[in-house]
Design a protein around this ligand. Structure first.
Ligand SMILES: *Cc1c(COP(=O)(O)O)cnc(C)c1O
Length: 369
C-alpha cells in the first residue's frame, strides 16, 4: 500500500445479508443509497444479492439508473423524487418508484404513458416520521388516485410502505404508534379495493429487534455493511469497511513543539510523529482533531492536532515506527484497530456517517472477498 485506501470486504456484506435473512421470513431489500453507505453501490448491491437480498433500495432515480446501467436486474425502489425527476426513464428501466401525494400519482401515470410501460408504484404512508409519505388524512385520496391509474392500466400498485423514526431505541412508544397507523392505512387501502403484493416498514434496527414490523419485505441499510444500528448492541454483524494509509514520514521532535495548523497540539515530551496522507477531503472528520484513534504497528494512538484537508499527524510516543508502516483508522476490530463505532463516539456522530464519508469522492476503494 503506497496511498490511503478504503478496503471493502464483500464477503462480509454477503454474510451480513445472510444473517439478516435468517432473522426474518420476509424478503430483504438491501439499501444501497449514498453509494452503498460509502462502500460502492454496485459492488455492494451485487454482494447483497449474492447473500440473499432480492430487492435493492436507493434514494434517487440516478442511483437506481446507475444500478441498471451496471447490469443489475433485481427490483430496485427509489423513494425520493422531487418534481421534475425524469420519471419516464425510471419507468422504462423497470425502477419501482415511491409516491407520497396525489400530484405524484398524476406525474407517475403521465410518465408511464410517455414510457409506454406500466409504472410500478409503492404508496407511502407517513406513519409519524414526517419526512416523505402521505399523512393519514390525505391517504384515502392518494389510494383512490393510484387505484384509478391502476384501473386505467398505466400503473401497478406494488406496495404500501412507511419508515420508522425511532426503531433504534428499544421499546420507544413511537414504534407501536407508527405500526398502528401503518395497519390502519393498509386497512383503508383494502377497503378501497387496493391489496398490494407487498407491505414494508422495517429498517435495520426493526429487522433485528421487531419481527412484528417485518411484513413482506424488510429494508436494512447499515446492518448490510456490518454496523450495528443500535449503539452498544452486537448482532454478530461484520463491519465491511477498513480505512488505512501508509505512514508517509516519521520524525523525532522535542517536547513543547506545536503540531499541525494552529499548533493546537503541543508535544508533551520528546516524541515520534507520524504523517498520515489522508484528510478531511478524503472523509476524515475534522472534528477528530487531537482525538481520532489510529492504529499504527499494532498499537493505538491519537491524532495530534488538526486534521488537514489531505493529511494529519499522529503522536506515536516512543513506538518503533518506520515510513511505509500501516496506519489503520478503522476496521472490523480484529487486530485491535479502532472501529467506525469508536470514531463515531469520538466525533459525536453515528457509525453511518463515518463510513458514508469515505464514499466515491474520497480515497480509492479496493474490494476483497
Ligand atoms: C436509509 C433508509 C433505510 C435503511 O435504514 P438503516 O437504518 O440504515 O437500516 C430504509 N428505508 C428508508 C426509507 C431509508 O431512507
Amino acid at each position: 500500500m503506497w496511498q490511503a485506501e478504503a478496503v471493502v470486504d464483500l464477503a462480509a456484506i454477503r454474510a451480513n445479508v445472510a444473517l439478516l435473512r435468517k432473522r426474518t421470513s420476509a424478503e430483504v431489500m438491501a439499501v444501497v443509497k449514498a453509494d452503498g453507505y460509502g462502500h460502492g453501490a454496485v459492488p455492494s448491491a451485487r454482494a447483497a444479492l449474492a447473500g440473499g437480498a432480492t430487492w435493492l433500495g436507493v434514494r434517487s432515480l440516478p442511483e437506481a439508473l446507475e444500478l441498471r446501467a451496471a447490469g443489475v436486474t433485481a427490483p430496485v425502489l427509489a423513494w425520493l423524487l422531487p418534481p421534475g425527476t425524469p420519471l419516464p426513464e425510471g419507468v422504462a428501466a423497470d425502477v419501482d418508484l415511491s409516491v407520497s401525494s396525489v400530484a405524484q400519482v398524476t406525474e407517475l401515470a403521465e410518465a408511464a404513458r410517455r414510457a409506454g410501460k406500466v409504472a410500478r408504484a409503492h404508496l407511502k404512508i407517513d406513519t409519524g416520521l414526517h419526512r416523505n409519505g402521505a399523512t393519514l388524512d390525505v391517504w384515502p385520496k392518494l389510494v383512490e388516485a393510484a387505484a384509478k391509474a391502476q384501473a386505467e392500466g398505466v400503473l401497478e400498485i406494488v406496495a404500501v410502505w412507511s419508515h420508522l423514526a425511532c426503531a433504534d431505541v428499544l421499546g420507544d412508544p413511537s414504534i407501536d404508534r407508527q405500526l398502528d397507523v401503518f395497519l390502519e392505512a393498509s386497512a383503508i387501502a383494502e377497503r378501497l379495493g387496493v391489496t398490494p403484493r407487498l407491505r414494508h416498514l422495517a429498517n435495520s434496527a426493526a429487522t433485528l429487534t421487531r419481527p412484528d414490523t417485518h411484513f413482506d419485505l424488510v429494508r436494512p441499510g447499515v446492518a448490510v455493511y456490518g454496523l450495528s444500528p443500535i449503539e452498544g448492541q452486537d448482532f454478530g454483524l461484520r463491519p465491511a469497511m477498513t480505512v488505512r494509509a501508509p505512514v508517509a514520514l516519521v520524525k523525532r521532535v522535542p517536547a513543547g513543539e506545536g503540531v499541525s495548523y494552529g499548533h493546537t497540539y503541543v508535544t508533551p515530551r520528546e516524541t515520534t510523529l507520524c504523517l498520515i496522507p489522508i484528510g478531511y477531503a478524503d472523509g476524515v472528520p475534522r472534528h477528530a482533531s487531537s482525538s481520532g484513534p489510529v492504529w499504527v504497528n499494532g498499537k493505538r494512538f491519537e491524532i495530534a492536532g488538526r486534521v488537514c484537508m489531505d493529511q494529519f499527524v499522529v503522536d506515536c510516543d516512543d513506538a518503533v515506527v518506520a515510513a511505509g508502516d500501516e496506519a489503520v483508522l478503522f476496521g472490523p476490530g480484529d487486530r485491535g484497530e479502532p472501529t467506525a463505532d469508536d470514531w463515531a463516539a469520538v466525533v459525536g456522530t453515528i457509525n453511518y456517517e463515518i463510513v458514508t464519508r469515505f464514499g466515491r469522492s474520497g480515497v480509492p476503494r479496493r474490494y476483497r472477498g
